[in-house]
Design a protein around this ligand. Structure first.
Ligand code: C2G
Length: 139
């Protein structure tokens, strides 16, 4: 069984995430997602709109995702790769050549897939906050 792993925050799940997960799953037979915990997001300088439990619930509802594990730090990846006998680590192209990932090629294959343009959690969060402030202004 070819095991694939990917990591991320996956906040405000959108079609950019879905296209990444779909393509990652198509590279093997089983897809594990290392989902950034709220605490880890803080170290990444990110505050997600949805907390870890909700983001996990949404990912587990996807047919492309077979297992979700917590991503608690940058250093856990070699251990995850060995524990789950990962064949390939997949990330979006924005991570290509990042030293957060290049060293992992000694543990498994690395594949970077093109990032989907025009959509991001940050964009959606900004729109959400704008809409919410409009609603409160009209109340
Ligand atoms: N992604 C994408 N297209 C988008 C947005 C995101 O392909 N429009 C991909 C990213 O490249 C990443 C995955 O979806 O591979 C998850 O993106 P984020 O939730 O933004 O994850 P990130 O903050 O990049 O965290 O250890 C790795 C980190 O946890 C990655």
């Amino acid at each position: 069984m070819k095991v694939i792993i990917t990591y991320g925050t996956f906040d405000l799940l959108h079609y950019g995430h879905i296209r990444l997960l779909k393509r990652a799953r198509e590279l093997g037979d089983y897809l594990i997602v290392g989902l950034s915990t709220d605490e880890f997001n803080e170290t990444k300088g990110k505050t997600s709109y949805y907390n870890y439990e909700i983001r996990k619930e949404m990912l587990e509802a996807l047919k492309y995702v077979d297992k979700v594990i917590p991503e608690k730090n940058w250093e856990q990846k070699p251990g995850d790769i060995q524990k789950y006998k990962v064949d390939t680590l997949v990330m979006g192209s924005d991570w290509e050549n990042s030293d957060r990932f290049t060293y992992l090629q000694e543990y498994c294959n690395l594949t970077f897939l093109s990032r989907t343009h025009g959509i991001s959690s940050t964009l959606l969060k900004g729109n959400l906050i704008k809409e919410e402030s409009k609603e409160t202004a009209t109340v």
